[in-house]
Design a protein around this ligand. Sequence first.
Ligand SMILES: [Zn+2]
Length: 199
Amino acid sequence: MATDAYEAVIGLEVHTHLLTRSKLFCGCAASFGAGPNENVCPICMGMPGVLPVLNRRAVELALRMGLAAHSHVQDYSVFARKSYFYPDLPKGYQISQYELPLCKGGYIEIGDGDGEPRRIRLVRIHMEEDAGKNIHEADASLVDFNRSGVPLVEKYGLSCATSAPPKDDWRKVISAATSTSRCALRVLRSWAPRPKSKT
Ligand SMILES: [Zn+2]
């Protein structure tokens, strides 16, 4: 079959919430479960003239993830504004990292179906803020901004890597999958003890 000539190469874009008490650039609570739009302020709502201040604890947790994933922590990284319109993004832009992320490279090792180690290579780990949440009901669409500005790390991984050398015809591999599939992982805060730090 013609399909035998192809090998699927799947890239994942994985979002993970960092376990901080406050948001990435303001002091609003980053917890789940509050009433709609209770955890908001002029900063995470993107009002004119506000000054975002980076959450130190969020950076520490992102760095820990980079070290745990054998990633190369960069000496210099930069936040940028990614401008786009979406109803749950009142600012019209998301503060994210693009050209200069916090970490590059690395891998996460898991076991395959036979118990053999398999490495998921990482392209990068960068920090960014989350957007709000749209809620669509029968006769209305509502927006809850409690999640706006909650810190995330975003990882790009390729699922095709193994600890074995790549195939000779590696460069001939054609991606039969879409370029990236989006996969949002929510870290349930009940899985881990709450941090003692105020930030
Ligand atoms: Zn806020």
